[in-house]
Structures are given as C-alpha cells and as structure tokens.
Design a protein around this ligand. Structure first.
Ligand code: UT7
Length: 322
C-alpha cells in the first residue's frame, strides 16, 4: 500500500489595516522606540478595528490561501483554527469560519495552544491526511492579542499585534510535512497567562489582562527552542546544514537570533516579521510563511524548519519540504 503524506498547497494571510507604531506608543506610555526596538526588534504592529473579529480575519486569510491555490471553499474537507482569542467561548471559531465560507457539513474545530497553536494545528491536520480521513485541510492561525493586553502596561502591550495566516494542506505521494513534534509543560502557568475564563470568575473580567514575567519566559524560550529544533532535525534525519529557511514564532528578535545561532544559520536564512507584526501568537508563523512565499524567498523544494514556544508552556517544531 502506498503511503499518504501531506504537503502545503497554498498560503494566505490577513493583517488589519490600522498600524500602531512605536512612536504612537511613545506618545501614550512611558516607553520609547529605542527600548522597544533594541529589546524586541519590533517597530510596528497591526491592530484590529473595533468591529473586527478573529473569525473575520480568519476568513480573509483563508480566502487569500484559497485564491493562491486556485481553489474554491467547496474543495476543502476539514477546517482547523488555532486561536487563543476566539470570537466566543462556543461555537468554536472554525465553525464560524466555515459559515463565513459557506461550506456547511465538513468537520470544523478550533484548538488552543497559545503561541504554538499553529504548529499544533498543522500537526493535527497532517495526521488527518496521513490517516486518509481528509484530503484538503484548511489550517488557520488567527489572533487578536490587542484585546487581551492592558494598554497601560508597557511591559506587555508594546509586544503584541493582531492578524491571521492560513495554509491549505493536501494529500501527496511524498512528504511535504516531513514531521512535527509537540511538547508542553503545564507547571509554569504563572509565567505567561490570561488568568480569566469559565473556571475563574469570568463574569468579572474587567481588570483581567495578559500577564507575563518576560525575562523568565525569555530564558526558558531560548533554551527550549534551541533543544527543540535540534530534536526535530535529528528525529527526522536531517542536518542543520540542509535547512533553507528557519520560520520561527515571532515573539522577540533576540530569541530568534539565539535559535539561528544554535543552528549555525545566518539571519539571511531566517524569516523575520516581528519588526512589522509584533507577536501575533498563533498567527505569527503562517503570517511569516506567507510573506516569504509571496515575496519569492521560499521556493518549492526547499527545506523549512518551523518552531514555536508560548504560554502553557507549549512548544513545537515542524520540518517541511515545501
Ligand atoms: O510568545 C510567547 C513567548 N513570549 C516571549 O517569548 C516573550 C519573552 N520575553 C521577552 O521578549 C522579553 O523578556 C521582554 C521584551 C518582554 C522584556 O525584555 P527584557 O530585556 O527581558 O527586559 P526586562 O523585563 O528585564 O526589563 C528591563 C527594564 C525594566 O526596568 P528596570 O526594572 O530595569 O528599571 C523594565 O521596567 O526595562 C523596563 N521596561 C521598559 N522600558 C521601556 C519594560 N518594558 C518597557 C517598555 N519601555 N515597554
């Protein structure tokens, strides 16, 4: 029996129109452009409009991927949305996206793994295809981090942005997705969390915001991502010298540089969007991938290494022949 694999057929993305620069933040907070750029690499981020929702952004990213692949929504047979900021607690965000795309009937679910959500969603989609249970899966990472942060807290609000990215995976006779690795360690919740929800007084969320002990998260992220990319390469039998592009989660350019150093890669081989997008959590990898596909850096046949680390903690990696 021949094996079934999955490959990325097309990518898409959406960024809200409003751009918030470091200068804009400087005008309202005790912060400055030099600090933000030196400590994070961020210059600006996109912020959603008051009447926008995650499912609306997901639809735009999905339609952009469908157009890139020359597909209609009816060509899909499963939708998976990674998000930490769904429109509502339920129905799940993927069903809202399905309704927007007008394709009732196919399976649609969301998953939440904070900044690693896209790697988790991609891994699940790959398994559906390898098992023969789906042939074309829409995988979206969509996030409105601007709604979770305290806009008076300079230690967090300068870091995040909004956006959505999408890929369409389809069945193939050769990999595509060579492999994915997922990890989590639930012991460190208090280092990075949004401490509100059904189990935590969610009818009184007025003063509940994203909280992060940044420098502690930074240290764990650098160490964990370094191990994670090495584990991914060795598990799937590739050498770091073969990787054409590192497409990392975009939280902080210093974390990205540390991972590139560990792999012996020059920053020329790393897709960096954190300068323009900030940290868009689940959306950051598919946004970066789509940017590099559309500007021609990422080419068919190249070896891509994706990695993410985020709240939970969760982390993961994916090795992909594009
Ligand atoms: O995506 C999920 C995973 N998240 C991450 O990976 C984020 C990881 N953490 C980071 O990226 C960094 O730790 C931050 C960018 C959040 C912070 O950078 P840092 O170099 O770790 O700074 P720090 O938190 O140690 O703060 C240094 C100083 C402090 O002042 P004092 O106490 O030294 O006087 C802060 O109050 O910088 C101050 N500070 C700021 N100053 C100007 C913190 N935020 C700001 C700000 N503007 N926005």
């Amino acid at each position: 029996m021949t094996s079934i694999y999955s490959r990325i057929l097309a990518t898409g993305s959406y960024l809200p129109r409003q751009v918030l620069t470091n200068a804009d933040l400087e005008a309202r907070l005790d912060t400055n452009d030099a600090w933000i750029r030196e400590r994070t690499g961020i210059s600006e981020r996109h912020i959603s409009a008051a009447d926008e929702t995650v499912s609306m952004m997901a639809e735009q990213a999905a339609r952009s991927a469908l157009a890139a692949g020359g597909l209609a929504p009816e060509d899909l047979d499963l939708i998976i949305v990674g998000t930490t900021t769904p429109d509502q607690i339920f129905p799940n965000c993927a069903t809202m996206l399905q309704e927007r795309l007008g394709i009732a009937g196919i399976g649609a679910f969301s998953l939440e793994a904070a900044c690693s959500g896209f790697i988790y969603a991609l891994s699940v989609a790959d398994k559906f295809i390898r098992m023969g249970d789906a042939r074309r899966v829409l995988v979206v990472g969509a996030e409105m981090m601007s709604r979770l942060v305290d806009w008076n807290d300079r230690t967090t609000c300068v870091l995040f942005g909004d956006g959505a990215g999408a890929v369409i995976l389809e069945a193939a006779s050769e990999p595509g997705i060579i492999g994915t690795l997922l990890h989590a360690d639930g012991r460190h919740r208090e280092l990075l969390e949004f401490p509100g929800g059904v189990g935590r007084d969610f009818r009184n969320l007025e003063n509940v915001y994203l909280q992060m002990r940044g420098s502690e998260v930074f240290k764990v992220a650098v160490a964990t991502l370094g191990q994670s990319v090495e584990e991914c390469l060795s598990r799937f039998g590739h050498d770091k010298s073969e990787v054409d592009w590192l497409i990392p989660h975009q939280a902080n350019v210093r974390i990205i540089q540390a991972t590139a150093r560990r792999l012996g890669m020059s920053m020329e081989q790393v897709v960096v969007t954190v300068d323009r997008h900030g940290n868009t959590s689940t959306a950051s990898i598919p946004l970066a991938l789509d940017a590099a596909v559309r500007d021609g850096r990422v080419q068919r046949g190249q070896l891509l290494l994706l990695e993410a680390f985020g709240g939970g903690f969760t982390w993961g990696s994916a090795l992909i022949r594009f």
